[in-house]
Design a protein around this ligand. Structure first.
Ligand code: GDP
Length: 443
């Protein structure tokens, strides 16, 4: 899948090759090419427009990293925006504090809803979570039979009440059955229609109201492309969904739907269906999908590596600044952010000798302190950050910074005082005999 997209994007990158930096005019042809390929990959027009605008904005603010070509850098930007559109990280399935977790499946007929119900049940079973599938499609006897056949195949029980029953009642009793049987998760399969239909929506809303599910998963057929956006929109507006399963990503689909779902509903894709077999279900990872869409995984990691090297060079420059007491609040903020990027505060502190005995509450305090400090620095003006003396001299400035960051003047005063002490200590270290090994560790 997605071959068409990565191939047609290839020419977009070529247009940027040979340029020495990214400018709003030299990325124009590439943006146009991306727009064209996304549209031909069946991504919804509105989604494409927003996406292109976001990429443009990100590209304009980007510094080109040395050792990286602008086209490579641009690929990384597009990759990151793709990841963002699809939701940054995998969102796991909800799990109720007191079982059963109730999952309501919604979607049009033929999208793969019943298959997805069974796939999900098998997925849970593999995690040692028991499941019960409930068949509420009373309109098509074949639908209940299909669920039963799948249930036998994966050894998961099915609850149904035949074709004369009321779907809301079947769902309610199904949940009760799961409770009495001590089942971990109950998955309610519902009746679909060939297209959006008010009866179907009404029934879905009634079932939802009766059982208060923890998840309402919309099953979206990836082959529907363009339509996926409006379909998701309608279901989300009328019923309210908590996530989606994108099916049939194994076939000859152009994958545009993957970009639309999150953008339109704000809800994540949680799983993808990649085949007709019950095993063919995978958790959805936005980075992996972006990498498949672009087919440019190598370039992305190359740019990431170059970025790391730049950060190292940055750290060395910073160290020099520290030793000459040119270190200001901007540098300080940068250091704090670097620290945060490296992992949790606790895990970093534990790597420092003597700090491994910190208790959980010490670490929490440290993290809170970091956040407070960052908030205060963020409330400073550019000039104040560059010249901490301004704050040292003026209680009025300190009060303003305190107010802007939800702190008091004395908190700001303490920050400035500590900062100046630290800076003069650094300077002494630089001049004196007390050259400290491990100073590099601050970078
Ligand atoms: P429902 O009407 O929404 O319940 O849809 P079904 O579960 O009956 O599926 C409709 C058709 O799509 C069946 O032929 C399934 O085998 C097929 N199908 C479902 N999921 C996938 C998938 O991820 N990939 C492929 N290739 N086919 C699928």
């Amino acid at each position: 899948m997605f071959d068409a997209l990565s191939e047609s994007l290839e020419s977009a990158w070529k247009k940027l090759r040979g340029q020495d930096k990214i400018t709003s005019s030299n990325i124009k042809p590439a943006l146009q090419e991306i727009r064209r390929s996304l549209l031909s990959a069946d991504v919804n027009l509105q989604v494409v427009k927003t996406f292109i605008a976001d990429v443009e904005k990100a590209a304009q603010g980007a510094d080109v990293i040395s050792g990286v070509r602008p086209d490579q850098q641009f690929i990384k930007i597009v990759n990151d925006e793709l990841v963002k559109v699809m939701g940054e990280s995998n969102v796991p399935l909800a799990q109720a504090e007191t079982p059963p977790t109730i999952i309501l499946m919604a979607g049009l007929q033929g999208t793969g809803k019943t298959t997805a119900t069974a796939k999900l049940a098998l997925h849970l079973r593999k995690q040692n979570r028991s499941a019960l599938m409930v068949g509420t499609d009373v309109y098509r006897p074949a639908a209940i039979d299909q669920l039963k056949t799948l249930g036998e195949q994966i050894d998961v029980p099915v609850f149904e009440m035949g074709t004369e029953a009321n779907p809301v009642e079947v769902a309610k009793q199904g949940v009760e059955k799961a409770k009495t049987d001590g089942i971990d998760t109950v998955i309610i399969d519902t009746a679909g229609r060939l297209q959006i239909d008010q009866n179907m929506m009404g029934e879905l809303i009634a079932v939802k109201k009766a059982i208060s599910p923890h998840e309402v998963l919309l099953v979206v057929d990836a082959m529907t492309g363009q339509e996926a956006a409006s379909l998701t929109d309608t279901f989300h507006q009328q019923v309210g969904v908590t996530g989606a399963i994108l099916t049939k990503l194994d076939g000859d689909t152009r994958g545009g739907a993957a970009l639309s779902v999150r953008q339109v509903s704000g809800q994540p894709i949680k799983f993808i269906g990649v085949g007709e077999k019950v095993e063919a279900l995978q958790p959805f990872y936005p980075e992996r999908m972006a990498s498949r869409i672009l087919g440019m995984g190598d370039v992305v990691s190359l740019v990431e590596k170059a970025q790391e090297e730049i950060d190292m060079a940055d750290a060395e420059a910073m160290q020099a600044k520290m030793l000459e007491a040119r270190f200001d609040f901007n540098d300080f903020l940068k250091q704090m952010r670097l620290l945060k990027n490296m992992g949790s505060f606790g895990s970093i502190m534990k790597m420092i000798p003597g700090m491994n005995k910190l208790s959980g509450s010490d670490i929490e305090k440290g993290e809170t302190q970091l956040k407070r400090t960052e908030a205060m620095i963020n409330s400073m003006t550019k000039q104040e950050r560059e010249e901490p003396e301004l704050l040292a001299k003026s209680p009025g400035r300190r009060r303003r910074v305190g107010k802007g960051s939800g702190h008091q003047e004395k908190d700001v005063s303490k920050l400035v005082e500590d900062f100046r002490k630290m800076r003069s200590m650094m300077q002494q270290m630089g001049q004196g005999e007390m050259g400290m090994p491990g100073m590099g560790g601050l970078g």
